[in-house]
Design a protein around this ligand. Sequence first.
Ligand code: PMP
Length: 344
Amino acid sequence: MLPPEVLERAQQALVDLDGSGIGILEHSHRGPEFMAVLERTEAAVREVGGIGDEYAVLFVTAGATPHFAWIPQQFLAADQTADYCHTGVWSGKAIEEARRYGTVHIACSGAPDFTTTPTACTWSAAPRYVHYTSNETIYGTQWSAPPTAPAPLVCDASSDIFSRPLPLANHALIYAGAQKNLGPSGISLVIARKDFVETGRTDLPPLDQYRTYVAERSLHNTPNTFGIFVIGETCRWILAQGGVTAMATRNEAKAKVLYDFLDQSKAWKPHAAKGSRSLMNVTFRGATKELEATFLKRAEERGLSGLKGHRSVGGIRASIYNAFPASGVTTLVELLDEVERGSV
Ligand code: PMP
């Protein structure tokens, strides 16, 4: 979900951006109206994330997946090693891509069940960087704090960006597809230390180098102007709610209601172990397939959608991103309880 207020502003901007009489899709990306959007979006991202000048804020016209390849392609030479934390499907995909470019050392692994984010990591002798996925969207596990690593951290924060304070310390690069907590699909936010970006390869096509985005302020070619507009409005909404600290408090309270219910239930069993549980994606299974099917059918009837677990793991997954209301969690828990008691 995105905040209804943001969707309304986006709707208005499609027709008339900031009273200019022309919609966001129609404005030139070099004109003063869009420049104002870009500036206020970057300012809002910086304010929400507490991001200083040593970091660049980049808007990249792509989902999160291309970054799995762009990062090792730029920063991992064939004779170097990067350490990867393997906590689920998305970090697994990042590992596969990195193997094309250099040596990948698996520092820790939650395989095969992926119920935890491992606490003990074994690092290689001199990793170029350490990659981790802060929230594994499919298994519903989340790092409660970043790993303590001997090298710059690179984080895929696609599914929990700005759901809690951004742990910038020790991070060289954080990337996130926008489509969970920020805006539309097909655009990603990258927060990158400028000095780290400078250490990347220089012989790649310009759009495969983060330095191009830094040098040209994400305007080397036409960016996803609408996506940038929505990210800006979402960040302004987060600030109006009290910022990421307030988001974290809300998200913890929402998730607690659901996990507390699951922990006492006889019919529903949470997937993630305590201490590794995601506040964004709550994954669980029913005692029987029939129970799950009944629940999914009733959920649709009550206006709760998207609860079927990812096709690779099955079960149920409740995605309760920033904009998902506490009342929605209450409705969900009531329905789970009713199905368990056989009263629907
Ligand atoms: N990383 C994570 C953590 C994700 O949740 C997703 C998408 N669900 C991706 C990467 C891939 O994103 P995209 O589809 O935008 O490439």
